[in-house]
Design a protein around this ligand. Structure first.
Ligand code: NIG
Ligand code: FE
Length: 420
């Protein structure tokens, strides 16, 4: 066998994320019963992990002059974080609305007055493509410093044919120009644009289905929609996702963020890969989703969003886990409801406000997040055959990860076997 090209050794703990379910996302007790190796190593050949184990079992015969050695004494070693829900590409920012929110205005009121998402749409339409790309690259650089090695990136601030296609193109180009892998999602159905205010949500999704989606085959794996008061109602969301499904796209939905409209259950019944936000999803509906989808649909929880929107209601993560619904955690990075790329902080808030344990939170931001974007075969765990996305952390145990509130524990980031 080929000599190792990279060996991360002497780790205090290797968080493998392996040893549980393999054919579907981790759910129930499996979210926390994966294997931690004390005094362990991770070995790679080129961009692939080839062996993970205890130092005592290391095959010294596979070390050679070409083996790069990384000493992880006292450190946790884990897979690169997977950020499965972001709005990466946008123009401008919304600091002025942050001040309005601090004075008491609500997210949906600001949107109804033509601000919110619509103010970012105006800034995004006006921005040159080169500027959108430079911003996206800046944010990807920030994610990489936090140890995020894969990022999902939604469009949704164009809301016309040309700008939406531009946003998907920019996300893909940004993925090519730096090492973090980018997975584009089409969120043309974010809100109804001003041009369709008279015609309404149904007319707008008909336009997308007719004029835009056929150009996105092979460019975006997933189609997403914001099902909410002031955005798209349940029946229009169902119609749109059904049609997108027939066109061969994977499905996602923003639902139960601010009200319980039944969007998560609807999308799960259509085979959605993920249902996102879920702050108003009831534990009973979570149980039904888990049973009806046989644990295939992941609920993506976004704990920094209620924090930033000054809302008391957080998704019932503890109940979802106990009821067998697979869960992932993401920042939702975007200019309006979460301008933070700190996924470690999201893990801490998931523990503090949603009832996750540290082990569950780590699984939710790695392997289950990979499931939520269809990449569980490639990333999200330290297992032979997966891409060599490996983090060395400045902490000595898994419990310390969400404990150092707001810190970045990353010491080293390795993406595809390459030291960053
Ligand atoms: O996931 N809820 C809808 N969309 C985004 C926010 C977008 C924005 O406010 O710009 C979200 O929270
Ligand atoms: Fe979002």
């Amino acid at each position: 066998p080929a000599p190792y090209t990279l060996l991360v050794q002497h780790a205090a703990q290797v968080l493998t994320l392996a040893g549980g379910l393999t054919s579907r996302p981790l759910a129930g007790p499996h979210l926390r019963d994966w294997t931690i190796i004390e005094r362990g190593y991770v070995a790679c050949v080129d961009d692939i992990i080839v062996a993970v184990g205890a130092m005592d079992d290391l095959d010294l015969a596979r070390l050679g002059p070409e083996t790069r050695l990384v000493d992880a004494t006292g450190c946790v070693v884990m897979p690169g974080l997977v950020e499965c829900h972001t709005h990466l590409v946008f123009g401008g920012n919304r600091a002025h609305e942050f001040e309005r929110k601090l004075r008491g205005e609500s997210y949906l009121d600001i949107l109804a007055g033509g601000g919110g998402i619509l103010s970012t749409v105006r800034a995004t339409r006006a921005a040159p493509e080169a500027e959108l790309l430079a911003n996206a690259l800046h944010h990807l650089d920030g994610f990489r410093r936090y140890g995020v090695t894969t990022v999902e990136a939604k469009s949704g601030y164009g809301l016309d044919r040309d700008t939406e296609l531009r946003l998907v193109r920019v996300a893909r180009e940004a993925g090519r120009q730096q090492p973090v892998r980018v997975v584009p999602t089409f969120l043309g159905a974010h809100v109804v644009p001003p041009e369709f205010r008279e015609a309404g949500p149904q007319a707008y999704v008909d336009f997308i289905l007719r004029e835009v989606l056929s150009d996105l085959k092979g460019e975006a794996a997933f189609v997403d929609i914001f099902c909410e008061k002031g955005a798209f109602p349940l029946d229009v969301s169902r119609y749109y996702l059904e049609q997108a499904h027939h066109m061969g796209f994977g499905l996602k939905i923003h639902a139960e963020q601010l009200h319980d409209l039944g969007g998560c259950e609807m999308a799960a019944a259509l085979g959605a890969t993920s249902v996102d936000h879920c702050d108003y999803l009831t534990p009973a509906a979570a149980t039904r989703i888990a049973q009806q989808t046989q644990g295939q649909t992941v609920a993506v929880l976004l704990p920094l969003v209620p924090l930033f929107l000054r809302q008391e209601k957080y998704a019932s993560g503890r109940e979802f886990i106990d009821n067998g619904l697979p869960v992932a955690i993401s920042t939702d990075f975007n200019p309006g409801s979460c301008p933070s790329k700190n996924l470690w902080l999201a893990l801490s808030i998931a523990c503090l406000k949603m009832g996750f344990t540290p082990k569950e939170a780590v699984a939710a931001a790695t392997l289950n997040a990979a499931w939520a974007i269809g990449l569980a075969a490639d990333c999200g765990s330290l297992e032979p055959g997966k891409r060599a996305d490996v983090l060395v952390l400045n902490v000595g145990s898994v419990a310390e990860i969400p404990y150092w509130l707001g810190e970045n524990p990353v010491r080293e980031v390795i993406i595809g076997g390459q030291y960053q």
